[in-house]
Write a protein that binds this ligand. Sequence first.
Ligand code: HBI
Ligand code: FE
Length: 296
Amino acid sequence: MSTVITEKLHEQFDAGLVTRADFTIDQPYDRYSTVDHAVWQQLYARQSALLRGRVCEPFLTGLERLGLAPARIPDFAALSDKLMPTTGWQIVAVPGLVPDEVFFDHLAHRRFPVTWWMRRPDQLDYLQEPDCFHDLFGHVPLLSDPVFADYMQLYGEQGLAAAQHGLLPMLARLYWYTVEFGLMRDHSAAGGLKIYGAGIASSRSESIYSLESDAPNRLAFDLARIVNTQFRIDTVQKTYFVIDSFEQLFDAVRQELGPVFAKAAASAPHGAGDVLPSDGIIHRGTGAGWLKDGDV
Ligand code: HBI
Ligand code: FE
């Protein structure tokens, strides 16, 4: 979506909303139309059916525990009241993308910014910026997992530090390849891989493609490798990184990241589809038939 269209959309959506200094607003619940609720209902039904057997267990547990309603857009305050006792996280409403440092500050304080508005019915399959469905359905269930919740907070703290050292691009890649597009090994008898990334979990085409297509690479999680790997925001991913557990993620960000990033920055960034001799290859992508999201 072009910046111009995005700005127009925001102007239209945000007219008259009072935005606080931390970019939060009160969720303007009365502004949701019948169509907005219908879009939520449709996306919710579609994704929750699709994710059975594909998404990791903690995501499903979270979805159930938080009681994200299938029929109507959730009330953010009521949802926070359910989330808070599980891990101490809450959700706050925002008009859309917020500046990086504001975003990190919220995460560091266990507040997840959720875009208040819903995509339009002609955007069910694809939009580039986060909307309420992506932010809530994709991100919030895992905030009820204790270890993932700790990872998100620590990521925010590391983000604040990285911003001061000009290392934001590297931190953004880590977010992209874990929180948004991460896969995880399934240690149950079923084996295989499961989805945990919100960008996958909220997308019909990518929740199938990420697990079942031969086209993309699936590589073992490697912090230094990921922070030096470019990503594409306009198509499904060419590479997914696979973690063993949320503990592995949390452990990766427990150290001081400055030296790790500096070392990674010494070599030129890897392309989104590159496979390196040092990679732990779970599946080497054929690269055949790259899909644009929405094609499936
Ligand atoms: N703002 N609302 C919102 N949601 C995000 O996911 C987000 C953001 N601002 C910045 C940002 N993400 C990125 O910088 C992160 O990927 C690091
Ligand atoms: Fe997201």
